[in-house]
Design a binder for this molecule. Structure first.
Ligand SMILES: NC(=O)c1ccc[n+]([C@@H]2O[C@H](COP(=O)([O-])OP(=O)(O)OC[C@H]3O[C@@H](n4cnc5c(N)ncnc54)[C@H](OP(=O)(O)O)[C@@H]3O)[C@@H](O)[C@H]2O)c1
Length: 390
C-alpha cells in the first residue's frame, strides 16, 4: 500500500499496488481503476507515473455525487439526532394524586386527550369522558381500567358539531356529579369543511362554540369544587389567529389558506375564552389555563387531503411528538400545585409562555364572549338575557 498522486487533481490516492512482471495496476480510492503503464523495476515515484495515469471522468463525477449524498445523509442524521431524538421533550414531573377529584376530559377517546385521561386515572381521579362515539369511548375506558385498576370512569355522548347535544351532555353530567374539579377541553379538529348543523363554520363551531357552551353549562359544578381548574387545549397556531366578526358565518372551504385561517382563529378563540373566564370566574375560585401540546402525531391529521398525508406522514413519524409527550402540558396543568397566580396563562412544554397580542386584548375577549353567547342562544332558540327557552 502506498500513496501516489493523481495527475489531474494532485491529490493523494490510497492505492493497492499489484505487481505483475511488467505492469502496475492501481486501484484508486474513488473506485476508478487506472492502468499506469509499465514498471521497469526502478523505484515508483509519483512523477514516474504521472503521464501514464488514465481515469474515467464519468466514474469520477459519479463518485463525487455519491460522496455528496453520503455527506448530506450524515448531516441530516445528526440534525435529527440532536434536534429531535436528543432534544428535551415536555415532561410533567408532578407527583400529586387526584383521589376524590372529578375530572371531565373532552376528546378523551384519542390523541393527547386519551393520554391525559390515562395519566389522571392513574392518579386516582374519577374520569368523565364526553365523546361522540360511545363504542370507542367504552373501549378506551376498558383499556384505561385494565392499565390503571381505576374503575371510576364513565362516558357521556356529545357531538360538538351540534349545540343541542353539547347542552344535553352538560345537563347529564351536572346531574351525575356534585362537583367538577378539573375540566379539560381537548376535543378538536384540525381540518373541517362547510358548516356545523347549527350553521357555524365547522372549525369555529367544533373547536370554539361547542367547548364554550359546554364550559358555561358546567360552571355550577365547577364553582362548587371551590378551586376548580379549566384547561383549554389550544395551539401555537393561535399566534396567527384573527377574529373578524363579519366573516364568522362563512363556511370553511377546502383551501389550505382557508383551513389554516379557520383553525388559527378557533385556537385564538380558546385563548380569549380562557382569559375572559379567568377575569369573570376568579372570584368563584375557578382558575383557567391554556395549553399548547406541541406538534404531536395524532388522528388530528386524519382528514387532511390524501396528497398531504402521503407527503407529510413519513416526516410526521420522525419529527412530531408521541401523544404521551404531547399530553404532558395539560397533565401538568391538572396536577401542579400553586398554579393559581398563573391563571389565564398560556403554557408550552409545562411552562408559561408568551401568547400573542390579540390574545391579550380584553375588549376582543369580551366581544367574542358576547358574540358566542348570542350565537349559541340563536341556535338553541334561547333568550340570551334570561337563558330560558323561547
Ligand atoms: N396534534 C397536534 O399536533 C396539536 C397541536 C396543537 C394543538 N392541538 C390540539 O389538541 C387537541 C387534541 O387534538 P389531538 O391531537 O389529540 O387530536 P385527535 O387525536 O384527533 O383527538 C381529537 C379528539 O376530539 C374528539 N372530537 C373531534 N370532533 C369531535 C366532535 N365533533 N364531538 C366530540 N368529540 C370530537 C375526537 O373524538 P373521536 O375519538 O371520536 O375522533 C378525539 O377524541 C385539539 O384541540 C387540537 O386542536 C393538537
Amino acid at each position: 500500500m502506498s500513496a501516489l498522486y493523481d495527475s489531474t487533481v494532485l491529490r493523494p490516492l490510497k492505492t493497492d499496488l499489484v505487481f505483475a512482471p511488467h505492469q502496475v495496476t492501481l486501484y484508486g480510492w474513488e473506485g476508478a481503476t487506472a492502468v499506469v503503464g509499465e514498471n521497469n523495476g526502478s523505484s515508483l515515484t509519483p512523477a514516474g507515473f504521472e503521464s501514464h495515469v488514465t481515469t474515467t471522468p464519468l466514474l469520477r463525477s459519479q463518485t463525487h455525487e455519491t460522496g455528496a449524498y453520503v455527506f448530506f445523509a450524515g448531516l441530516a442524521l445528526w440534525v435529527y439526532l440532536l434536534f429531535v431524538v436528543l432534544a428535551p421533550k415536555p415532561r410533567c414531573s408532578c407527583r400529586e394524586r387526584l383521589d376524590g377529584k372529578t375530572v371531565v376530559i373532552t376528546g378523551g377517546t384519542d390523541g393527547v386527550g386519551k393520554e391525559t385521561a390515562l395519566e389522571l386515572a392513574k392518579r386516582g381521579a374519577r374520569i368523565i369522558l364526553p365523546c361522540r362515539n360511545l363504542q370507542k369511548g367504552h373501549k378506551v375506558i376498558s383499556e384505561i381500567q385494565r392499565a390503571t385498576g381505576n374503575f371510576q370512569l364513565s362516558v357521556f355522548y356529545v357531538d360538538f358539531t351540534i349545540l343541542e347535544s353539547v347542552e344535553a351532555c352538560a345537563k347529564q353530567i351536572v346531574q351525575a356529579v356534585p362537583k367538577i374539579d378539573v375540566l379539560i377541553n381537548s376535543a378538536g379538529i384540525g381540518h373541517g369543511i362547510g358548516s356545523t348543523r347549527d350553521g357555524f363554520p365547522m372549525l369555529f363551531g367544533v373547536n370554539h362554540l361547542g367547548p364554550f357552551h359546554f364550559t358555561k353549562q358546567l360552571l355550577a359544578p365547577l364553582r362548587k369544587a371551590g378551586n376548580a381548574r379549566v384547561i383549554f387545549v389550544s395551539s401555537i397556531a393561535h399566534l396567527w389567529g384573527e377574529i373578524d366578526f363579519d366573516s364568522l358565518q362563512e363556511p370553511d372551504t377546502f383551501t389550505v389558506k382557508s383551513q389554516f385561517k379557520a383553525y388559527s382563529r378557533s385556537k385564538l378563540a380558546n385563548v380569549l375564552v380562557a382569559k375572559q373566564l379567568h377575569r369573570t370566574e376568579g372570584k368563584h375560585g375557578i382558575t383557567t389555563y391554556v395549553a399548547h401540546p406541541g406538534w404531536t402525531f395524532t388522528s388530528l391529521f386524519r382528514d387532511f387531503p390524501l396528497v398531504i398525508k402521503f407527503l407529510a406522514f413519513p416526516l410526521f413519524h420522525l419529527f412530531l411528538y408521541l401523544p404521551k409527550e404531547g399530553a404532558q402540558t395539560q397533565i401538568h396543568l391538572a396536577l401542579a400545585r400553586d398554579l393559581e397566580c398563573q391563571s389565564g396563562g398560556y403554557f408550552v412544554s409545562c411552562r408559561q409562555a408568551e401568547s400573542c397580542q390579540n390574545a391579550e386584548d380584553f375588549r376582543l375577549a369580551a366581544d367574542l364572549w358576547a358574540y358566542s353567547e348570542k350565537a349559541v342562544a340563536s341556535a338553541l332558540s334561547y333568550d340570551v338575557q334570561t337563558c330560558t327557552s323561547i
